[in-house]
Design a protein around this ligand. Structure first.
Ligand code: ASP
Length: 350
């Protein structure tokens, strides 16, 4: 009897100490990008993105093994200029399985910086968990002098294990900063300090391996989102038309002819069209192709019923979303409804 008690006590102590020292389980999903890129020489700026695999990225930053129980998987290995709807759907579904069925505590996604903001926003609307989901990339290839990838990966893992990052929606972790999926934007073509959080600023920063949060995102996201990709194997077709002086209506017309489901205008100023483009947009909307007005201006909202009478034409105003993120939301919105007022409400919420 005494033996049994002793063995039980020992087993309990072992269990308890294991629970106390167990590190958070973090999965790194690699998709390519410059963080996995290789240049001809360490001093050369000519390089190819998406060359090295997940294990090489993990091996380059052994310090992350102190923060978490790390495992990795390679989803694709591409420059993010080649990111597409198919990969987005795979990624969102995979993350939902890892977080909701396989017991992972957080996800880090390595990704190219060119379209990181779009992927982050897509996941912000389709991941069904409040556990941390953090995207990280780099501006310098993996073999460059002073490559920024390893520090960004380390910081991303630090964010993924941090309880402070729970419930914050999907975040990007670049250059020591944490940025919200809705507002983050790549602002510089080559600098390491390229990401900004727009007028609302950054969500927080990583210092000394710890996440410090300054504010929470205001919009609905992740667990609160009503978009569900579980049963989707493709997304509605939505294109973007760029606005400029004396603009040709041909790109807009081409999307109409190709039977796209929606078109986002990267308009001038407060989402304004050139008159010839406007004419095609009105016809498209009457044919059931949803027009969303956004702006090519880097800051400021595209306001509802301002210079353009949206209520009259049944256009939707993108409000705080830039054209590339308005495209993401419009695609998801069109999986639920074709009613312009309901779509406008999505733009107010997300
Ligand atoms: N073209 C690269 C990509 O987006 C750039 C980068 O990762 O910084 O994959």
């Amino acid at each position: 009897m005494r033996h049994i008690k002793l063995i039980t006590a020992l087993a309990l102590t072992l269990c308890l100490s294991f629970t106390l020292v167990a590190k958070p389980k973090i999965r790194i999903i690699a998709t390519g990008g410059t963080i996995a890129g290789v240049s001809a020489t360490s001093a050369s700026s000519a390089y190819t993105a998406g060359q090295v695999g997940i294990q090489t990225l993990i091996d380059a930053v052994p310090q992350i093994l102190q923060l978490a129980d790390i495992s990795g998987e390679q989803l694709v290995n591409i420059g993010s200029q080649d990111m597409n709807d198919e990969v987005w759907l795979k990624l969102a579904k995979r993350i939902n399985v890892l977080l909701n069925e396989e017991g992972y505590d957080g996800i880090v996604i390595t990704h190219g910086t060119d379209t990181m903001e779009e992927t982050a926003y897509f996941l912000n609307l389709t991941v069904k968990s409040d556990k941390p989901v953090i995207l990280a990339g780099s501006m310098r290839p993996s073999n460059a002098i002073s490559a920024d990838g390893p520090a960004n990966l380390y910081n991303a893992v630090a964010a993924a294990v941090s309880p402070a990052c729970k419930g914050m929606g999907v975040l990007c972790c670049m250059n020591n900063q944490l940025l919200d999926a809705k507002t983050v934007i790549k602002t510089h073509t080559i600098d390491c300090d390229t990401f900004e959080g727009g007028p609302s600023g950054i969500i927080g920063y990583i210092y000394n391996g710890e996440a410090h949060i300054l504010q929470a995102p205001m919009n609905k996201h992740t667990k609160e989102s009503e978009f569900d990709v579980t049963k989707l194997d493709k997304l509605p077709k939505v294109g973007i038309v760029y606005g400029y002086a004396n603009a040709s209506p041909l790109p807009m017309q081409a999307f109409v002819d190709a039977k796209f489901d929606g078109i986002v205008l990267a308009g001038v100023g407060d989402g304004n069209f050139y008159k010839d483009v406007f004419e095609v947009a009105v016809k498209a909307q009457n044919q059931g192709i949803q027009i969303v007005r956004s702006s090519r201006c880097p800051t400021g909202p595209t306001c509802l019923n301002s210079e353009v009478d949206d209520a009259k034409y049944h256009f939707v105003a993108a409000l705080d979303l830039n054209p590339q993120k308005a495209r993401v939301l419009l695609m998801l919105a069109l999986t639920k409804t074709h009613n312009w007022q309901e779509i406008q409400e999505f733009f107010m919420k997300y």
